[in-house]
Design a protein around this ligand. Sequence first.
Ligand code: ADP
Ligand code: MG
Length: 223
Amino acid sequence: MSEVLKLTDLRRAYSQGGQTIHVLRGVNLSIAQGEIVALVGPSGSGKSTLLQAVGLLEGGFEGSIRIAGEEAAQLDNDGRTRVRRDSLGFVYQFHHLLPDFTAQENVVLPQIIHGATRAEADARAKTLLTTLGLSHRLDHRPSKLSGGEQQRVAVARALANRPALVLADEPTGNLDEATADIVLVEFLRLVREEGSAALIATHNERLAARMDRVVRLHDGVLG
Ligand code: ADP
Ligand code: MG
């Protein structure tokens, strides 16, 4: 299976104040194994809507979403949960780390849920966090970490279960420019090392240019 994501004629409309807004008007996109794709578009163009569709969290979409060969429309609730857990990793603009857990525990937990032993999960969490330069922050809670460090932990967590595809919605949008550059470069390096594919929404053209391919959302379709 060389294709991790295939979107065919994906559509999404929202009702707002009695009006219907067509946000996605027939999006087609294929992402190959290991490919890192930048999803670019101005604010309000539908980047988050597209990522939510692929993340299988929301309904209301038309068209086809295939993730690692599985057709989303044919999955029930358990099936969607399984695909999310087995094939997808998520990084958001705000880290959404669990505040009462340490950096390491935040990376361990999804692995335990996925069936890893505590020892395996601990070892992998340490490896990932060390690769991201956080070997001295393993036992810190999120509130004791800088913004850049928090996002690095979120990156490690997203990759913990070796997802085929990482979805990232403005992953460095909450960081200052210099920190955003460093964290994004590390994020991309780790995704490459791990062999995952990624779809990364950003409105930063400079950061998008560092990825394998740039797709642009404009008037509800990808150009
Ligand atoms: P982006 O992430 O590119 O900024 P979004 O996907 O967040 O764009 O939003 C695209 C459009 O869809 C915007 O016009 C936004 O107002 C609208 N929209 C997004 N989510 C909802 C929702 N839950 N209900 C109604 N409209 C929404
Ligand atoms: Mg958005």
